[in-house]
Design a protein around this ligand. Sequence first.
Ligand code: FES
Ligand SMILES: [Fe+2]
Length: 419
Amino acid sequence: MAMTREENDLLTQVDNGAPMGEMFRQHYWLPAVPSSKLEAGGAPMRIRLLGSNYVVFRADDGRVGCFDELCPHRKASLVLAQNEDNALRCIYHGWKFSVDGRMIEAPNQVGDQERFCRNVRFNAYRVEDRGGIVWVWLGRGETPPPFPDLPFTYLPADQRSVTSQEVPTNWLQGVEASMDSSHVGVLHESTTQITASGGNQRINMTKALAPRMEFEDRPYGYRYAALREMSDQGVYARINNFVMPWYGVICAPEPNGPATVFFSTPVDDTTHRAWFVHYNVHRPLGMTIMSATPDVWNFPPLPPGTAADGWGQNRDLMKRGHATGFPQHLGTEDFAMFLSQGPIHDRTDEQLCSADAAVVKVRQLLLRSVREFLDGKIPHLANNPDLDYRTANSVGGLLRPGEDWRSLAADAAPVATAG
Ligand code: FES
Ligand SMILES: [Fe+2]
């Protein structure tokens, strides 16, 4: 089912008041920056979301503030501001904005300062600092949507790691890859074998490239089982979750191992930020390639080249048996695919197969939601205060003869809340 041009535009565009961007702004929390990037009293940072720029900073007391980047006076950047007394002071004329979102000083204004400050239009945004990520809500009104408290947001810091990378393509290419089970055994054949740690149930998925897919709608999106007939071991089930609007919760490759949440958030129409959260609900992560990276804002690495040189693909390595020639990281392999699809992937000229069912379902959910939003309704999977995101836990394992994959999912207890 190829898409129409209108559908592809509606799905992908987020800039300049595009409906999808406006829906995200109003109905979803946006992951903005890893918490560890903001030092108390340190330099403010520019973040770009849905085609607009914001400033985020951590005040002396540890709270995080998020405002429009440009000072409401004469539009100097608050990324350059002083971070002092739990507030940002613009270095141009000294207007000052407290971390809780109030304008508190205008030293170049004669007369009643308090009254003047109250009347200045100044946009500050709700912030949550949870699960190693600073999230912001950019919507209008007093009541933010329910926070997506996915399983990793409850865990102590040593049981999770957060890294992210800016990728110069549209966000949906990233989201689709996280729900694209059949690429794992092909694109990541070499990287998964190199990083495999030999758990006793590790299955070589390169032996079963065409999984049978079964779906179940969930209040947060859907989950699916990718069922692989292993000739000697029975049926191996991987149960993954898609959580609206961009979270792929991917099960651990081995029992009690770390699971992953991949998400791709829109920076603008042709840029996204790819997030990798690894977490282990059972024990500390220890030293992994993700938890050890020195730069959580630029990891995994982008492919080392440009389109002109095949994005830096190493063909010599391929001659020696590497599947892709991008040995840097599994994420680098994905990024190379996104870049090769182009800045905004053209879905009007695809030829899909049975393994793309999960990707198609992502598109259907997003399209239905944005059309509901355009009709002036609350999208059907948004703003549900009864939704328990902890149930979006993903598991994998061999099924006993005759066992239904849903019982495997039910056996996996939700993560306990921290207090
Ligand atoms: S531009 Fe910021 S105080 Fe004047
Ligand atoms: Fe991938």
